[in-house]
Design a protein around this ligand. Structure first.
Ligand code: GLC
Length: 636
């Protein structure tokens, strides 16, 4: 069979059975016959199982993304707009009104952010239109010009050079573009998680195309059949990364294909659990920042969201509402003792649930899923707020815990032995402030401070308003440990000696105070900035950003820094790392545009706090654990 035949055959591959069932059960009532023919029920042939190494490549002839006629989104618009209004929290009502106006085209003066060129290079940024741009412009026809620093100008050049094109269109950014790197491994790929800060930088600059393309192309990869040693992971799985490859069809013809990595080539075969969660978060951000909600209303996009949610909400053996994952399933994608219920995954899961609740069209076929989402949101926030929270008072409580309690209303529910409290923590925990634990399992608390999980809990309101404040208080009190010479430590403290040997498996890349083992990652600046802005403390983010700005350009935008205080460029750190560059730019843009930043975080949702489905609260022999909980979690 010639390559061209192979590609033709591949292009007719069917979506999986699950995908097909979901599509038809969800939309059977409003699909016109022609739509069903073009998008859903193509004349598929059998799976090309014999082409094991090539069948996962996506031929460009399959990249037809705009398959849905306009009337579909028009028809759904009125329903989904009202649903979006309904599902946003009380505090967000004003923002949502504006969103509504944008969708139905009532805003005569949209917000425009443009970059100003002086012929050769960009010298500044102009913001015009809108109602209030940050707190600097009060009248809608004024224009603010902010001059870009040298570092920003260079950062934009690097970011633009990192753009990956597929059939001529921008679809993402490579992880790193280090000209001196002779062995880029997979750093020449587009990583889903790495692209998020790039996407936000582009969106905040007013460029939506690359983000839209990214969302639609990765969506196509989601439904692709994937196998790791003959085992197929769940259908909703999003790849960790993808690469654009050129394949030769015959002597004169080549064709570009997208080649995803679902973990089957990744070091350690880690599962990219966070990819789908980030994809959903980015989809919402795209709508919020561009006002183009038609993307999230598309049938194929709605199905993508449902597949991810179904995968996350599938029944298993779990006893907790937290998501159970293997080690290395997020930004820390190597063995680091974060298997089980790591905080980073829980906070991303929580925001993905909130985004889905906001974006999913409610109809007969999605009712059950939406109900499951609401229940999980409520149970998850209770569990994290109640059991993951530590401050000086809670540590003292754990220090005096009784163990081996057998009852439903035990104080020490997880049977934590007080000897587990690490000696460093007793000295380290400040009087003011607290944080969420890194992980919680039976008889196991991981007391390390994990930065991304804590910041994203603030951003998504997984933690209570008081806990959010306390997390920032802790950062302030422990500035030298978490920020030091370069923001921000990925976690604190490092695993040393036997802990390093046993928990990392003697990983030479993750030696103490390096890389994932308490290295400092400048990309985390954008999440920190968002958390600080949400809590009305932008000056903290500005201070950290100024530190980074002093060094990043001179150091050639490293991936991470090493040592306790983040003084040295990481020993195996890539240079010109795209998410370092993009995290820096996104932080700058967020600080300059608070109105835009506010669209990216969530306020407390009081509706969720009232949901309790356990049915035990009324009376009876057993008590609802939420009611029985000693801690006051509903902090208003
Ligand atoms: C490293 C990081 C991972 C990142 C990848 C590409 O593996 O641990 O989070 O996505 O590099 O930058």
């Amino acid at each position: 069979m010639s390559a061209i035949h192979l590609l033709r055959k591949l292009s007719r591959r069917p979506p999986s059975r699950l995908h097909r069932n979901l599509l038809s059960s969800t939309f059977s009532m409003d699909l016109p016959p022609d739509l069903a023919r073009t998008t859903l029920i193509r004349p598929f042939s059998n799976r090309p199982t014999i082409f094991n190494n090539t069948h996962r490549l996506i031929p460009s002839c399959f990249r037809q993304l705009n398959l849905l006629p306009n009337w579909v989104s028009e028809k759904k618009k009125s329903i989904s707009v009202s649903l979006r209004e309904f599902s946003t929290s009380v505090v967000e009502t004003n923002t949502s009104d504006k969103a509504f106006e944008r969708v139905v085209g009532l805003n005569p003066n949209p917000l425009v952010i443009e970059r100003i060129h002086n012929g050769e290079e960009t010298i500044g940024e102009s913001v015009s239109g809108g109602e209030i741009i940050g707190n600097k412009i009060e009248k809608s026809d004024e224009t603010l010009v902010r001059e870009e620093s040298e570092a920003e100008k260079e950062a934009w050049r690097i970011l633009e050079d990192a753009v990956v094109r597929y059939c001529g269109s921008p679809v993402g950014t490579v992880a790193a573009n280090d000209p001196g790197d002779k062995l880029p491994l997979n750093y020449d790929q587009v990583f889903i998680r790495d692209f998020v800060p790039s996407a936000l930088a582009f969106l905040l600059k007013g460029e939506g195309e690359i983000v839209r393309n990214f969302l639609l192309h990765t969506l196509q990869l989601q439904s692709w059949e994937k196998t790791v040693d003959c085992y197929s992971p769940g259908q909703g799985l999003m790849p960790a990364s993808f690469k654009v490859r050129t394949v030769t069809l015959d002597e004169n013809t080549t064709e570009e294909v997208l080649d995803p990595d679902f973990g089957e080539s990744a070091i350690g075969r880690v599962a990219p659990v966070d990819s789908g969660l980030w994809w959903i978060i980015l989809l919402r951000a795209y709508g919020k920042l561009t006002g183009d909600f038609s993307l999230q209303e598309r049938i194929d996009v709605q199905t993508g969201v449902k597949l991810i949610m179904n995968l996350c909400l599938a029944d298993g053996f779990d006893m907790f509402p937290t998501l159970l994952v293997t080690d290395g399933s997020c930004m820390i994608d190597r063995r680091m003792g974060i298997h089980g219920h790591p905080l980073e995954i829980q906070s991303l899961f929580y925001s993905a649930l909130r985004c889905s609740r906001e974006m999913l069209s409610v109809n007969d076929s999605s009712n059950n899923l939406v109900r499951a989402i609401n229940n999980r949101l409520s149970a998850l926030s209770f569990h994290i707020r109640e059991y993951y929270w530590v401050d000086i008072r809670k540590i003292n409580e754990i220090y005096r815990y009784k163990t081996e309690e057998y009852s439903t209303d035990a104080t020490n529910k997880f049977n934590i032995y007080p000897e587990q409290i690490p000696p460093w923590l007793m000295d380290w925990i400040p009087e003011q402030g607290g944080y969420l634990l890194g992980n919680l399992q039976p008889a196991h608390m991981d007391f390390r401070f994990f930065t991304l999980g804590n910041f994203w809990s603030v951003v998504s309101s997984l933690s209570t308003p008081k806990q959010n404040e306390a997390i920032l208080n802790l950062i302030e009190a422990k500035w030298d440990d978490i920020i030091g010479n370069m923001p921000l430590k990925i976690c604190y403290p490092a695993l040393e000696y036997d802990d390093w040997r046993i928990i990392t498996g003697s990983d030479p890349k993750n030696t103490p105070w390096s890389y994932h083992n308490s290295g400092s990652w400048p990309t985390l600046l954008w999440q920190f900035t968002l958390a600080c802005m949400k809590m009305g403390r932008p000056e903290l983010a500005e201070k950290a950003l100024a530190l980074a700005e002093k060094r990043l350009m001179a150091d050639r935008w490293p991936e991470y820094y090493d040592t306790r205080s983040g003084k040295f460029i990481g020993k195996q750190s890539r240079l010109y790392q795209t998410w370092t560059v993009a995290g820096f730019l996104t932080s700058k843009l967020l600080l300059a545009n608070p109105e835009m930043a506010s669209k990216l975080f969530w306020e407390e949702d009081y509706e969720l706090l009232d949901i309790c489905v356990c049915g035990l609260s009324k009376s009876g022999r057993k008590k609802c654990s939420r009611v029985a909980a000693k801690t006051q979690i509903l902090v208003r």
